[in-house]
Design a protein around this ligand. Sequence first.
Ligand SMILES: Nc1ncnc2c1ncn2[C@@H]1O[C@H](COP(=O)(O)OP(=O)(O)OP(=O)(O)O)[C@@H](O)[C@H]1O
Ligand SMILES: [Mg+2]
Length: 343
Amino acid sequence: MRTYTLSGRGRRPRLAEDPDGLAVRLGELLVGQSEAIDTIIPYIQMQQAGLAPEGRPVGVILLLGPTGTGKTRTVEALAEVLHGSGKNLLRVDCGEFQMEHEVAKLIGAPPGYLGHRETQPMLTQAKINGVASDSSDISLILFDEIEKAAASMARLLLGILDKATLRLGDNSNVNFERTLIFLTSNLGAKAMQRVSRPDFGFEAMLPPKETKDTGRLQGIGMAAVRQKFSPEFVNRIDSVITYRPLDRAACEVILDQILANFARLIHNRLGLRAFRLQCTPAGRDQLLELGISADYGARELKRTVQRNFIQPVAALVAQGQIPPHSTVILDARGGEFSILLRQ
Ligand SMILES: Nc1ncnc2c1ncn2[C@@H]1O[C@H](COP(=O)(O)OP(=O)(O)OP(=O)(O)O)[C@@H](O)[C@H]1O
Ligand SMILES: [Mg+2]
């Protein structure tokens, strides 16, 4: 029997079991944001059980929080887990729809209008079905950075979120009943960051703080969302997830992911010229020291690794200075990185 334990009055029940290993696999890709995983998985299970409500998308989930903390990554990771590829999702970059007339690109121009033939709507049934797979019939749709879109985007979304349909310019209807819709936004993120700074240094070694301020952070985010969007729009959102700034422990795991990806790239791209990578504890600490950033999240960590490890190694490869099967080691001393070669 599947058991649930309630994690507090009025709170979402925490999953005590994870029969498909979905939550575990998602947790390996998305670090330090367990609230996101606990919130998303029940929607997937509802659809898998055939108990998702009819005439609505499987779920409408708003992802709020600071830049670089994993909002977009969440949907890519879910696509990887559900469909085997992080690319199996339909992403609408709302920043490209800042002008009212651009929103029409989503649905295409009506027949007879100028540009009717050239404008392929972005949200067609074929495109939605095309991002599902044999392993799951749920299509993931991501409206990224919704606060950047023109107001008519929110009006267009109202019908999708509520009735799971969208009428295109050519009068055909698109069905969104098998879609899980994610909206991401940075609204309120600055104010949230002032309330919760990540735990660095000594504090990072203490047990993680109770999630007591998650409710407060969400309140700040939602206040900003309510200011920007109509009550009808806000009312159609099923769940809101507030992303926390990444703490040091999360950054350490993400650093391992970045280094593993780099090693995989070397293996896949260089073939017989491939070599091994290593990082000394001092090299790692220096990468974390420079790369942990409350303002830019994990993107700063990625940039730090790129500048101080990937680019210097690439230069050595280009100069033919790394013999095959050798080990390239990143070390640091006195705040300076150095790259060592071991044959
Ligand atoms: N929690 C996380 N777990 C694993 N990787 C992460 C996480 N957060 C960020 N990253 C890494 O940093 C990159 C940027 O993160 P992402 O695009 O998800 O940020 P975001 O929260 O959507 O920020 P923005 O608001 O600027 O769009 C990701 O591609 C991923 O490599
Ligand atoms: Mg993003």
